[in-house]
Design a protein around this ligand. Structure first.
Ligand code: RIB
Length: 313
């Protein structure tokens, strides 16, 4: 897989989170508990995860020329990410307002700000860096035209393009054509295919729709139910999740995506990589915060080895 370099292009947010017994109903006020502010954004979470887990990672995002933007860039630098191509916008930096209930489930509203200002021209300006990567990891918290252009540039140069279609929206055929691996969760899969992947048969039907659109590799994530790996022509592999007590699921899917790309860059198979990513996300849900909960390599290796000894995959 080429250079082993992972490029992540996506959003950067500051997450403002209140932990509460239950989410408010529409029109209702509930009194919550602790407030936390921390680094977030699906793109940034995935980049930090890939870096902490041992990847050679560049991160491209757009932040405002404000205090939140300054703090974010400094934080990414301290994480060891290559941030030489982070772009500044005249829009405010992205913000996410999050509530987490006592089961660890979150609900999130994002004010995209500078993230929504990422343009096709911004992407073309970093085209050479995209071409140098082995893996390009994308999500949908920046404008779709920018995502599509990045995927096209990467695909035309033989870069393995990984798309986490979150938050989900209808995708054009051209983006599927350029996507090597797609990682939807249950609700994203339903939106993309019109099929509720509620059991193995319906999951297979949904995966086949995405295969027919040109995506060779699929991982359907299902939180506490684990994930399903579908490779065209090879059938499905079901992988159980680890049984852990979740306190906050925010960013767990992002940790999964970042970890998966690290394992793929190290030339593990897709199924092995999904096993590694499953361990990483199981660790992340046991702590609060998005990037605050991303584990380090040694922690993941420890539980990956233990799980492997039980020959679960
Ligand atoms: O996936 C979790 C992320 O979604 C949060 O960090 C928040 O910023 C939103 O982008």
């Amino acid at each position: 897989m080429g250079s082993g370099k992972i490029m992540v292009i996506g959003s950067s947010n500051t997450d403002m989170t209140v932990v509460t017994r239950r989410h408010p109903a529409p029109g209702e006020t509930v009194l919550g508990g602790h407030f936390r502010m921390g680094a977030g954004g699906k793109g940034a979470n995935q980049a930090v995860a890939a870096k902490r887990l041992g990847g050679d990672v560049s991160f491209i995002c757009k932040v405002g020329s404000d205090l939140f933007g300054d703090n974010s860039v400094e934080h990414y630098r301290q994480e060891g990410l290559d941030v030489s191509d982070v772009i500044r916008s005249s829009e405010a930096s992205g913000i996410a307002l999050i509530t987490v209930d006592e089961s660890g489930e979150n609900s999130i509203v994002v004010a995209s700000g500078a993230n929504a200002d990422m343009t096709v021209a911004d992407i073309e300006a970093v085209g050479d860096k995209i071409r140098e990567a082995s893996i390009l990891l994308l999500q949908l918290e920046i404008p779709l035209p920018a995502v599509i252009r990045a995927a096209e540039i990467a695909h035309d140069s033989g870069v393995y393009v990984v798309l986490n279609p979150a938050p989900a929206c209808d995708l054009p055929a051209g983006l599927y054509d350029c996507t090597s691996l797609i990682i939807p969760n249950y609700s994203e899969m339903k939106l993309l295919t019109g099929i509720e992947p509620s059991d193995e048969t319906s999951a297979a039907q949904a995966c086949n729709i995405l295969h027919s659109k040109g995506v060779g590799d699929i991982i359907l994530t299902a939180g506490a139910h684990g994930c399903i790996v579908s490779q065209e022509g090879k059938g499905l592999v079901r992988m159980p999740a680890m049984q852990v007590k979740a306190v906050d699921t925010t960013g767990a899917g992002d940790t999964f995506c970042g970890a998966l790309c690290v394992a793929l860059a190290e030339r593990r198979t897709l199924v092995e990589a999904a096993g590694f990513a499953t361990c990483a996300s199981a660790l992340s849900v046991q702590k609060y915060g998005a990037q605050a909960s991303v584990p380090y390599r040694s922690e993941v290796e420890r539980i990956y080895a233990a799980r492997h000894d039980g020959s679960e995959f």
